[in-house]
Design a protein around this ligand. Structure first.
Ligand SMILES: Nc1nc2c(ncn2[C@@H]2O[C@H](COP(=O)(O)OP(=O)(O)OP(=O)(O)O)[C@@H](O)[C@H]2O)c(=O)[nH]1
Ligand SMILES: [Mg+2]
Length: 222
C-alpha cells in the first residue's frame, strides 16, 4: 500500500506560493509581518499599540484573518489604516494562497509595511509560511509559564515573542523569568519583549526594536 503524505504535499505547495509572495513583496519593497497567537492573547491590541506609534513614519496596511466577523479589521480601520478581512470559515490558519489572492484586490503599491494578523490559534498558523519577513508571536503571560514546552511549534518558528498582559502578573502566580527561560529553551534566538497593551509598558522598547529591524532589513534588500 502506498500512503500519500497529504500534509507534507500541502505544506510543500504552500511553501512554493509563499516564495512567490516573498518575491512580489521584495519587488514592491514591502515589509511583511505575520502576527500569530492563541485566541485573545492580544494580536489586535499589539497591532493597535504598534501602529499608533509608527504610522507617521511608514505607510501601513493590515490583512486580518478570522474564522468569522470583521471586528478586528474594523478596529484597524478606526485608526485610519486600510485593512482587508479574510474570513476563513472553518480553516484555523491563513495560508500563502489566501494572501496571494487577497493581494489581487488589496493593492500594496507605495506601502512600506503590511501586517498580517493570523487566525487565533496556538498551533496551525506556525506551519504555513506566508512569504513574510518577520514572524511575531503574542503570548498572554497568564496562559502559563509551561506553555512553550507544551506547544513548542509556534515558539520555535518565530523571530519575536511579545509576552503580553504583564499588567496582570500581580494577579496571577506566573513566573515571568521561568517563562522567558522556557521560551529560550525552545527557541534560543528568539527576541523577547514583556509588554502590556493596557498600560503601554514595554511597547516603546518593542517598537524601537521593530523600527530598527525594518530599516536594517529594508537596507539589506536594496
Ligand atoms: N489586561 C490586559 N488585557 C489585554 C492586554 N492586551 C489585550 N488585552 C485584552 O485581551 C482581550 C483580547 O485582545 P485582542 O487584542 O482582541 O486579542 P487577539 O489576539 O487579537 O484576539 P483574536 O483575534 O480573537 O484571537 C481584549 O479584551 C483586550 O482588551 C493587556 O496587555 N493587558
Ligand atoms: Mg484579533
Amino acid at each position: 500500500m502506498h500512503i500519500i503524505d497529504v500534509n507534507s504535499q500541502i505544506l510543500k505547495e504552500n511553501s512554493r506560493i509563499a516564495e512567490e509572495n516573498r518575491k512580489l513583496f521584495d519587488e514592491k519593497g514591502l515589509y511583511v509581518v505575520n502576527i500569530m497567537s492563541a485566541p485573545g492573547a492580544g494580536k489586535t491590541s499589539v497591532l493597535e499599540a504598534t501602529i499608533k506609534k509608527i504610522k507617521d513614519d511608514y505607510k501601513i496596511s493590515v490583512i486580518e484573518g478570522d474564522l468569522q466577523t470583521s471586528i478586528d479589521a474594523d478596529r484597524i480601520g478606526a485608526l485610519n489604516i486600510s485593512s482587508y478581512q479574510i474570513v476563513t470559515g472553518t480553516v484555523c490558519h491563513l495560508d500563502a494562497r489566501m494572501i496571494h489572492n487577497a493581494l489581487h484586490e488589496f493593492q500594496q503599491d507605495g506601502n512600506d509595511i503590511l501586517f498580517i494578523e493570523n487566525v487565533g490559534n496556538l498551533v496551525c498558523p506556525a506551519d504555513f509560511e506566508l512569504g513574510e519577513k518577520l514572524k511575531v508571536m503574542v503570548f498572554s503571560i497568564v496562559e502559563g509559564a509551561e506553555k512553550p514546552k507544551k506547544y513548542p511549534v509556534m515558539f520555535h518558528a518565530v523571530d519575536v515573542v511579545l509576552l503580553n498582559k504583564i499588567d496582570l502578573a500581580p494577579y496571577s502566580d506566573i513566573d515571568i523569568e521561568l517563562l522567558k527561560k522556557n521560551v529560550l529553551e525552545i527557541n534560543p534566538t528568539a527576541t523577547i519583549f514583556p509588554v502590556s497593551c493596557s498600560t503601554g509598558e514595554g511597547i516603546e522598547e518593542w517598537v524601537n526594536w521593530f523600527k530598527k529591524k525594518v530599516n536594517e532589513d529594508k537596507n539589506r534588500n536594496k
